[in-house]
Design a protein around this ligand. Structure first.
Ligand code: HXC
Length: 260
């Protein structure tokens, strides 16, 4: 454990997409730092396994089946957190969907589907959590998971790139509107994180792994724990004066590509 075991003691967090990948990495780190968790996901089987693993690690977590495209589902997750644990201090809007298809071949429904999950879903998380985060005795935290690919063009992923860029703008607005409520709003912008299904599909299965690796100054893919560490920092007292930021965790790729 990188942080003190009580870094998030007493805090209650919802993590959407918390059943696997980056979301589950954040869940494990939050539990190790003393937070109580509500894991939200569309997939009940993944959720069950994730809650079991957190519990076996000595953490506290419950599952809520939710599709972030349905505002009522997100509201129910917030209500469950408050009813079960008495508060909601942290909302991590992590759930995302993505697939590679050139813009000229992308169906309108394909575009809408990803915008709905990634951008609309993030707004729903913020909107539904606002009242509870404002009431947090620790100062609420809203974190949205973006990507460094939103800072540039993302050939093959026009929908996800646009959605994630929208998320970055949303966070800047929320920072201004919700600062007076004590709510810190930030994005974490991961680069390619090797132990995720998304990167396996987009880079490894597409035969682009070596090309992508060669563009990363640190020369390796990140790990879900790298993103989780940034999330713990932002949600702990150490992150109390950070709001409106994009915390870039990408091995340097966005700042200075290794390949020419
Ligand atoms: C072209 C596709 C497609 C594909 C779906 N569509 N997959 N088009 N290529 N591979 C189109 C469908 O044809 C349909 O349009 C529309 O999108 C909706 O598809 P559905 O399957 O009905 O949607 P749904 O069941 O809601 O699932 C959508 C999804 C799914 C959640 C995005 O693709 C999915 O489960 N993906 C895996 C989960 C995931 O994406 N995880 C990684 C996220 S993070 P039509 O016109 O036919 O009706 C990530 C970060 C990477 O990716 C970062 C790298 C740096």
């Amino acid at each position: 454990m990188t942080f003190k075991e009580d870094a998030l003691k007493g805090r209650v967090a919802i993590i959407t997409g918390g059943g696997g990948g980056i979301g589950f990495g954040i869940a494990k780190a939050f539990a190790s730092a003393g937070a109580k968790l509500v894991l939200a996901s569309r997939n009940p089987d993944r959720l069950e396994g994730a809650v079991k693993e957190i519990t076996e690690l000595g953490g506290e977590a419950i599952a809520v089946q939710a599709d972030v495209r349905n505002y009522e589902d997100v509201e129910r997750a917030v209500k469950t957190a408050v009813d079960t644990y008495g508060a909601l201090d942290i909302m991590v809007a992590n759930a995302a969907g993505n697939f590679v298809v050139p813009a000229a071949e992308m169906s309108v429904n394909a575009w809408k589907t990803v915008i709905d999950i990634d951008l609309n879903g993030t707004f729903y998380c913020a909107r539904a959590a606002h009242g509870a985060l404002k009431a947090s005795k620790f100062g609420g935290r809203f974190i949205a998971i973006s990507t460094t690919r939103a800072l540039e063009g993302w050939p093959g992923c026009a929908h996800a790139g646009a959605a994630k860029a929208g998320i970055m703008s949303l966070i800047r607005t929320l920072c201004g509107e919700w600062g007076p409520d004590g709510i810190r709003c930030n994005t974490i912008a991961p680069g390619a994180i090797g132990d995720t299904e998304g990167v396996k599909r987009i880079y490894e299965e597409a035969g682009r792994k070596e090309l992508e690796l060669s563009s990363i100054p640190l020369g390796e893919f990140g790990r879900t724990s790298d993103i989780a560490n940034a999330a713990v920092f932002l949600c702990s007292d150490a992150g109390a004066y950070v709001t409106g930021a994009d915390i870039v965790v990408d091995g340097g790729r966005n700042r200075s590509r290794s390949s020419t």
